[in-house]
Ligand binder design. Sequence first.
Ligand code: MG
Length: 329
Amino acid sequence: MKKHFIASLIFLSANSLNAQNRIVDKYGQLSVKGNYIKSQYGDTVQLRGMSLFWSQWMGQYYNEDAIKWLQDDWKCTIIRAAMGVEMGGYLTNPETEKKKIIQVVDAAIALGMYVIIDYHSHEAHINPDEARKFFGEMALKYGKSPNVLYELFNEPLKDVSWEKDIKPYEELVIKEIRKYDPDNIIICGTRQWSQLVNEAASNPIKDPNVVYTLHYYAATHKQWLRDEAKAAMDKGVALFVSEFGTCDASGNGSLDLEESKLWFRFLDKYKISWCNWSVADKEEAASILTPGASGEGGWTNSQLTESGKFIKKEMVEKNSVVLKKTSAK
Ligand code: MG
């Protein structure tokens, strides 16, 4: 009897701990108002989480155990599922890659986290019908779920046109998504590896729940890119850092933690949500894990890289405040 009583106490406290972490229960359906993402209840929302690595190369982390660990131990409020498109990704193995994304989205819904369905491509506009078909399917399946955000085009290259290539592609895919899902947030890639957000803000997409993708790698992209972001926001749009690194733009090289702190200050000031690149055990500076770290989470401190430790500290510190402050609705 006593044993059962203690067991149910443990169960209850584990449950309330999990309830504390269920950000979607607190924020509900998200929408865009001017420069900000707002919750269903009027809070200004800043999500902080992790991006998974290209699905075709790091599929071992696309499962509920890993996502649950990131929620419990890292206080992630959002996870980005980065579906590789070219280079052996979705275009070659559509069912295999789609299945990985579905596993992550279903896990996020079960856990009460936000999740980005990211079309991880540099040249998505070349095969617009493939993207249209994929996102139509996702919107039909998940359009009623407040957890889901769609990211249409990870990083368009430099030598394409916003007006003639990127924007028409994104408008085509948005039209398809909106057939099934009238309201969930859509994250739109911008030219030059999702840096030229001011260009997009000058000729914006007409949909009330669109935000623009801003990517940075702190050892490469500094004040000029924050100025670009500020100029875009001054035109009235909202931004989303769906990917950033503490290292240089190659995903490698040495970390610049001082510049990373300047970026955090900027993102906090303007309540810009972020996902760090990336959940991977690949031997490179951007990875949060050391080689061989388990696909099921449970990572010890010694299995985290320098970038991993830095990001985890920032996320736990700031998201814990958010999770405590935001009362359950
Ligand atoms: Mg919806």
